[in-house]
Design a protein around this ligand. Structure first.
Ligand code: G4P
Length: 281
């Protein structure tokens, strides 16, 4: 991260504004913890991407939260393109004072430059492709690979700079790591799929029990026993859901690993409905 910090700090001098792309399902967990401080001196725009997968009420509350903190906010679904068409106008509005000052100096044709930041899997490449209207080379997310920042024209007066370096999420905070794993932003190897599924089941039982009931035809979602661990509780729910789905192993045991995989796949594919895991409150 030290290297990325340095690269961002160097390139910040060349841009007029910063656009930070977040996953609208996890706007807090998908933020790199250094970016807010690093970019404090610039006009800033937050993109709540993957809005098609997030709860619309939660997205509206997150929008209010970031606006109150001084950011411009744009809600997008880069996959379908919804919202992306408003990007250039949002940047011009954010930079209105600066652009007016340029015009007064006779530099109205000056190109506005925006640095686009985002941790892997928020949809940054898809977003850049959308707003630039063509296929730009896919950013390299592998660790250790240096990425020379490239300028990507959006129109005659707006250019983007893709993240110089790799921005990591907030590792070290267990709840954050878990949410990144639930959404698939970090790979399942961090925890084995079954254990991750247990945690997600326990999370859903507390945060959205009605979704569990509907998706897995459970008559009720039992509360967690006082003596039960979170994983133990989630396992019990995985068994209940797996039983309903008929996921049986040869000996008649329930295939909880398969159920865990299905649960995570179905959430990521939107089959549990639009569900936001971080709350601004
Ligand atoms: P990154 O650069 O931030 O790492 O992410 P990238 O654009 O590569 O997007 C990662 C995956 O997320 C892609 O799916 C992409 O289509 C999807 N995606 C990006 N933005 C959105 C969005 O707003 N909504 C939804 N639902 N999905 C989004 P993929 O599985 O890798 O490919 P594909 O399924 O599109 O073929």
């Amino acid at each position: 991260m030290a290297k990325t910090r340095r690269l961002i700090a160097e390139r910040l001098r060349q841009v007029d504004a910063v656009c930070e792309i977040l996953d609208a399902r996890i706007p807090a967990s998908s933020r790199n913890p250094d970016v807010a401080g690093l970019t404090a001196g610039k006009p800033r725009l937050i993109i709540l991407n993957r809005a098609d997968q997030a709860d619309p009420d939660a997205t509206a509350r997150w929008g209010d939260f970031f606006r109150a903190a001084g950011y411009a906010v744009l809600v997008t679904d880069a996959k379908s393109g919804r919202g992306a068409g408003k990007f250039a106008a949002a940047v011009r509005e954010l930079l209105a004072d600066k652009l007016r000052a340029y015009a007064e100096k006779g530099q109205s044709g000056r190109v506005a430059r925006v640095m686009v930041l985002g941790i892997p899997n928020v949809g940054k490449s898809t977003f850049i492709n959308r707003v630039a209207g063509r296929n730009v080379a896919k950013a390299e997310d592998r660790p250790g690979v240096t990425r020379a920042g490239q300028w990507v024209p959006v129109d005659r007066r707006l250019e983007l700079l893709d993240t110089p370096g790799i921005l990591w999420p907030k590792f070290g905070d267990e709840a954050v790591g878990m949410r990144l794993a639930f959404t698939g932003a970090v790979k399942d190897e961090i925890l084995d799929t079954e254990t991750l599924g247990c945690h997600f089941m326990a999370y859903l039982a507390a945060a959205a029990p009605e979704r569990l009931r509907e998706a897995y035809k459970l008559p009720d979602v039992p509360p967690r026993d006082a003596a039960e661990t979170e994983v133990g509780y989630g396992f019990r729910l995985l068994e209940a859901a797996g039983r309903k789905r008929g996921f049986l192993l040869p000996g008649g045991e329930i295939d909880t690993e398969r159920m865990a995989r299905i649960l995570l796949d179905e959430y990521r594919a939107g089959k549990l409905g639009r569900l936001t895991l971080d709350s601004p409150e």
